[in-house]
Write a protein that binds this ligand. Structure first.
Ligand SMILES: [Fe+2]
Length: 189
């Protein structure tokens, strides 16, 4: 069975959400599961490898964020199964289905790790916000609520990451930044 078929596979269930809607929601949730697993391992990568004068606070912050993502991974996977679907949660499935780019292996400094993570939390946050609307449109307010809960924390974490970068970005000192936010603040670069 191809990954696409497995991602939309449904088991018999008594839940009162129509199968047609559940199939679409399960595919979406499996995309989110892949991105969440990918982002968690990338955040751990930063936790282990960050260096510089801010080492300790970033090492701790990255671990705290990775712990939150671990909880969300379980919540997304179990929402898939609650809807009668099959959760695709292996490292290989995550690697092939994630919307995020691979983490850069050639960075060292805290600022570069914060930038790399912010560049990944932003598209992840966008994906979650789009999923709130999609699951709402499909009539599954419980999944929309799950996405809303996670979205709110991820926006907060994006703030925590960007707060390390914004002074330099406003002053135009952050030449190495790969910041690609869609809502570029006025006056930045
Ligand atoms: Fe650790």
């Amino acid at each position: 069975m191809s990954d696409n078929k497995i991602a939309s596979r449904l088991y018999p269930t008594r839940i009162d959400i129509p199968a047609e809607a559940r199939e679409k929601i399960v595919v979406l949730l499996n995309q989110t599961l892949a991105a969440s697993l990918d982002l968690k391992t990338q955040t751990k990568q930063a936790h282990w490898n960050v260096k510089g004068t801010d080492f300790y606070q970033l090492h701790e912050l990255f671990d705290e964020i990775a712990g939150e993502l671990e909880e969300y991974i379980d919540m997304f996977a179990e929402r898939v199964t609650a809807l009668g679907g099959y959760a695709l949660g292996t490292a290989r499935a995550a690697a092939s289905n994630s919307i995020l780019p691979e983490y850069p292996f050639d960075i060292l400094d805290g600022k570069d790790h914060v930038t790399a993570l912010a560049d990944r939390f932003a598209p992840y946050a966008k994906h979650l916000r789009e999923a709130i609307n999609q699951t709402d449109d499909l009539g599954d307010l419980d999944t929309a609520d799950l996405y809303t809960e996670v979205s709110r924390t991820i926006d907060k974490r994006l703030w925590f990451l960007e707060a390390h970068l914004q002074v330099a970005e406003i002053k135009g000192e952050n030449g190495a930044s790969t910041f690609k936010g869609t809502q570029q603040p006025a006056g930045v670069r």
